[in-house]
Design a protein around this ligand. Sequence first.
Ligand code: TGC
Ligand code: FAD
Length: 396
Amino acid sequence: ASKDPRTYLLGIDHLLTEDERLTWKAAHDFCQSRVMPVIEKHYEAGTFPKELIPEFAEMGFLGCSLEGYDCAGLNPVAYGTIMLELERVDSGIRSFCSVQTALAMYPIWAYGTEEQKQKWLPGMAHGELIGCFGLTEPNSGSDPGSMRTHAKQESEGGDYILNGQKMWITNSPISNLCVVWAKTLDFGSDAPVIRGFVVERGMKGLSTPETHGKLSLRASITGEIVLDDVRVPKENMLPGVRGLKGPLSCLTQARYGIGWGGVGAAMDVYERARRYTLERVQFGKPIAGFQLTQQKLVEMHNAIGKGLLLAHHCGRLKQEGKLDPVQVSFIKRDNIQLARECAKTARTMLGGNGIMGEFHIMRHLCNLETVYTYEGTHEIHTLAIGRALTGLSAFN
Ligand code: TGC
Ligand code: FAD
């Protein structure tokens, strides 16, 4: 996307179809012209640019990886380029779109009945209904299998009563519907199993207080989901999946997109550092002319090139239905690590200006602390890959 051909030595343009290139360019132009100009103001204020939701929908970003129900049905590489461009502006904006698509719409699309899909997915694709994904709890973060939120069925074929608390939930305060994962006891059964429920705004006993005081991902709204004897009709239970693999399979979709997003954040900080160091003169020459500065640029540039190739490779595997969850751990782990390292390095290259909002790098750096932790922490993905390599689980 940079105008200067020297900015990147490697690209993936020649590996893309014409449609994928057009999608990427449209996402880039939209994000730079509509989102970039307002992001710093929202980040400082700790607000999400809700006024842009209809435009995200108009661009086809919401549910873009899903087929049918007014969704764009893009292939995984095209979807990835959208995540990249959103996160090139801000991780919180990518979060909004990826939660809506991969964590709220996907479980309904993959595990819902035809009625449930017809009821909720078109409205979500049009941005008229906002969704969130409730897995994490105060005492269950990396270990979601230990969740306490539970659902009890009152009578055979009857409603469920949900109790519990979810925390750190992106979009919950502005959600019309919350996909909640709960340990469920069906009537007459004594074996709890994790199942997904669509809990709708207005159901008695549901509240979604906002979490204040974040110093990261400030342009994203985060909150809790509090369930106090919420009566949820059995028609709102997602019948197509049971067990931890329900929420984990949704995370696999979201983590894949985050792997592309990390490259976008890294590109933005690298390009800003490159431009700045070419212009900033100290000791009589541009600081880009010093060897130490060039080394920093080269490390960033090369890491981005490899991250983009990894993302593209995983995208093609996903397109063929061959992308394994542990390969998704690889892309989420390594691409967010590279983005975080690039942001730290780029920050140093702007000297004092590096900490200022108007130069945008500190915002990315702060955001990436969240991205390093959510959707499976860096450590959890390390252990997932370690388990795949050794056959030995080091989780517990
Ligand atoms: P484990 O025994 O490995 O697996 C249990 C069952 O799940 C299946 N499975 C998967 N299925 C699909 N995709 C995956 N990625 C899967 N990983 C596992 C597995 O095959 C098994 O199925 P079955 O049929 O045999 O029962 O489970 P474990 O208890 O050992 O846990 C594994 C571990 C630690 C990796 C997992 O619990 C984990 O990933 N923990 C991290 C939790 C996490 O990522 N939370 C994220 C919350 S949501 C969020 O952060 C959104 S941020 C939103 C934004 O972008 O703003
Ligand atoms: P913990 O699990 O307590 O981990 C603390 C530290 O211990 C980490 O470094 C971790 O890697 C380490 N650790 C834990 N277990 C092990 C182990 N076995 N071996 C080695 N190290 C270990 N969740 C949702 O459900 N939906 C959302 O929409 C959502 N959005 C979020 C938005 C934001 C801004 C944030 C910050 C979080 C969000 N999360 C969401 C929650 C996120 O997924 C969790 O924060 C994450 O899974 C980690 O859980 P935890 O914070 O409880 O940390």
